[in-house]
Design a protein around this ligand. Structure first.
Ligand code: PLP
Ligand code: ZN
Length: 414
């Protein structure tokens, strides 16, 4: 049982049934799930949510599938941490980190896949597929395994070993495509027409993207039922960025929080920054880019929701960071050394952008800021491995230790 009523075109508002459809037949606008908000308002309460499971399924009433038949490997309800040390470095006393590195396959993609896979099975699909920059492939593979479905996942051929093994372990058909993500995505759009498979981010994308709302729900609940003043979110396709705000808006619409005034800022790698570049040029039309960055999980040169991300930056008085590969590595180290969180390159993009936005005055010291850390560092160890303090190697004796440790003291490192 769900409160979803129909799919609706974002542009011309035509209605469609809740099937595996993603684009309007008349104007090609994206389709979005609509809900019966009056019924929802009567049904939900803070208490009902708080009594739910410690996973994203505590927000079942806001999701477009039957939670009683959920494919649940434990996604969501991740820690929100008051980052006092990093906040001190950046001059933000009210800085919080949403640590989504601790999801079952170590990225926020478990949220979108949990919802998309559950809806896909409900619609009768037996095969789950996706076009992925890496993390999505991991999550689709894991959820398919748990659901007893077959997985066929498509990735760019040059992905990190951690992301490849992180899919293969679950036994999917893993397809490495010689080309970048945008080529993989075009191929999958074609395949979705030829095969009756659920491509989680193509033909069932309206359900997939709803999963990202749960980050907005959780943050509000974890702050004691209030919206943050400012969110900093990494942007690949732009879906996560706009859906976090949709989550906050929905909570207000059913009366669970006050009307959010949350400013939404984005984070991109300079080597793949179509949204940040358009924003800096004060343009609402981004130009597609050819990605070249270590932040491979964000390397989408032609983002599906890029236009809506720009609209949201404008409407919420946000800003968008654009950071170099060196700044990304520094961001990963800063986060680990101050807060004990080892994030992947996308987390480095978020932290480096946060720093950039504070320095340029776009984030104010008195704001309650939430930065979203979306994936774990063990998937991208090559980005930092050669740039960390080397280990001491010693014989198993006190003397050998003291010699090595003493030498460190002389260099002032210890
Ligand atoms: C996919 C991904 C994102 C952003 O996803 P959108 O396509 O913008 O919704 C952010 N961080 C990580 C680690 C990701 O894998
Ligand atoms: Zn339309």
């Amino acid at each position: 049982m769900s409160f979803a009523t129909e799919l609706r075109c974002r542009e011309c508002h035509r209605s469609y049934p809740l099937q595996a459809l993603h684009a309007c037949e008349f104007c090609f606008g994206p389709l979005e799930v609509q809900y019966d908000y009056d019924a929802l308002r009567r049904h939900v309460s803070r208490r009902r949510i708080e009594a739910g499971p410690p996973s994203l399924w505590r927000y079942r009433d806001f999701l477009p599938c039957d939670a009683d038949a959920a494919i649940d490997i434990g996604a969501g309800f991740t820690p929100l941490i008051h980052a006092k040390n990093l906040g001190k470095v950046l001059g933000l006393p009210q800085l919080y980190l949403k640590n989504d590195t601790v999801n079952p396959t170590w990225s926020f993609k478990d949220r979108v896949v949990a919802v998309a896979a559950t809806r896909a099975r409900e619609l009768g699909f037996q095969k789950l597929a996706c076009a992925s920059t890496g993390n999505l492939a991991n999550s689709v593979s894991a959820h398919a395994a748990a659901a007893g479905m077959e997985a066929i996942v498509f990735i760019p051929a040059d992905l990190e070993e951690g992301k490849i093994v992180g899919s293969s372990i679950y036994g999917p058909t893993l397809v490495k495509v010689r080309g970048n993500y945008d080529a993989v995505n075009r191929l999958c759009a074609e395949l979705a027409g030829a095969y009756n498979w659920a491509f989680v981010n193509v033909n069932v994308r309206p359900y997939y993207s709803e999963g990202s709302k749960t980050l907005g729900f959780e943050v509000a609940e974890q702050l004691g039922w209030r919206a943050p003043d400012h969110c900093v979110v990494p942007i690949a396709s732009g879906s996560l960025f706009i859906k976090i705000r949709k989550g906050l808006n929905e909570l207000a619409r059913v009366g669970l929080i006050d009307e959010p005034r949350t400013r939404m800022s984005g984070a991109q790698a300079a080597g793949c920054s179509p949204v940040a570049t358009a924003w800096a040029e004060r343009s609402m039309n981004f130009r597609p880019q050819k990605p070249n960055t270590i932040a491979k999980s964000l390397a989408i040169g032609n983002p599906a929701d890029g236009y809506y991300a720009l609209v949201q930056l404008r409407d919420t008085n946000g800003d968008c960071g654009s950071v170099t590969d060196d700044e990304i590595v520094e961001g990963m180290k800063l986060l680990a050394e101050t807060e004990g969180i080892f994030a992947e390159t996308a987390g480095g993009v978020t932290i480096a952008s946060l720093k950039q936005l504070v320095e340029r005055g776009s984030i104010h010291p008195d704001e309650l800021v939430v930065a979203f850390i979306t994936g774990a560092g063990f998937k991208t160890i090559d980005a930092v491995a050669g740039r960390l303090k080397p280990a001491l190697e010693i014989d198993a004796s006190l003397e050998s230790f003291e010699r090595a440790y003493g030498a460190l003291a002389h260099t002032g490192v210890a």
